[in-house]
Write a protein that binds this ligand. Structure first.
Ligand code: NAD
Length: 251
């Protein structure tokens, strides 16, 4: 087993969704820096800026069935196999349930949950013959805790956690490990266009965690890289909280 964090994903082939920005970009860059080859998928064409030796961008909407098939085919055709899938792409919305339309609800669930389901299913098909692989889902403390106006998002993260656990039970008999990271606040673009001062909100909310600050995207990527590596060989169906203590604070 490769026990050095600096090279623990060396030679592995990964798909990272939502790789144009924030946490997903940090994950794609960290995996690549540690020797993995990466398919970087995002609906935002900015993801093409990541293109280079060992990183192939894919502009695609994760909620579409053929996007998952394209991402897996690109990994296998370009790099020869698939070892790691990181389901990171997500959207958020600030609306009271009484004001939310069916379209609003579906817009969040189709990316945050259905996108992860579709990509996991297609990745499993490529990983099963190899009898190895790792899937890491980016959840949140919002899988367990809430504040008003983010019901679709919290429901989607709760669903993602249960997808993680159930798929973990199905996948481990094929040698594939499925886990999740419960991220704390990170100052990213997730609220862009949906809330004025979204960055300030994330920074302020992060200061409420016991650690007293939001995370850097790289700190979340570090946990993902560990779960994706063979060093996490006994991690199955875990939700690893990387939230500065937010989820253990009661007062
Ligand atoms: N930022 C936080 O405080 C925080 C906290 C907990 C969990 N998370 C989770 O971290 C993950 C990354 O979020 P982020 O904060 O980096 O946000 P971000 O908005 O900076 O990045 C998300 C990326 O996903 C992409 N995306 C959105 N819809 C897509 C679609 N349909 N198809 C393909 N790509 C799509 C966006 O274009 C964007 O590049 C998400 O799962 C989010 O729920 C974030």
């Amino acid at each position: 087993m490769n026990t050095s964090p600096a090279t623990d994903v060396e030679g592995k082939i990964a798909i990272v969704t939502g790789a144009a920005s924030g946490i997903g970009r940090a994950i794609a860059e960290l995996l690549h820096a540690r020797g993995a080859k990466v398919v970087a998928e995002d609906i935002n064409p900015d993801v093409e800026r990541l293109a280079g030796p060992g990183i192939v961008p894919l502009v695609a909407d994760v909620s579409k069935e053929d996007s998952a098939q394209k991402a897996v085919a690109l990994a296998v055709e370009t790099f020869g196999r698939l070892d790691i899938l990181v389901n990171n792409a997500a959207r958020i919305m600030s609306k009271l349930v009484v004001d939310m339309t069916r379209e609003d609800w579906d817009a969040i669930m189709s990316v945050n949950v259905t996108g992860a389901f579709l990509h996991s299913r297609e990745a499993m098909k490529a990983m099963i013959p190899n009898r190895s692989g790792a899937i890491v889902n980016i959840a949140s403390y919002a899988a367990y805790f809430a504040f008003p106006q983010i019901a679709a998002y919290t429901a989607s993260k709760g669903a993602l956690v249960q997808l993680t656990r159930t798929l973990a039970l199905e996948a481990i008999e094929h040698g594939i490990r499925v886990n999740a990271v419960g991220s704390g606040d990170v100052v990213t673009n997730i609220w862009a266009g949906k809330m004025d001062n979204g960055s300030e909100f994330l920074a302020d909310h992060g200061r409420k965690a016991p650690i007293g600050r939001a995370a850097r995207a790289e700190e979340i990527a570090e946990v993902v890289a560990f779960l994706a590596s063979d060093r996490a060989s006994f991690m199955v169906g875990s939700v690893v909280m990387a939230d500065g203590g937010m989820s253990v604070k009661i007062g």
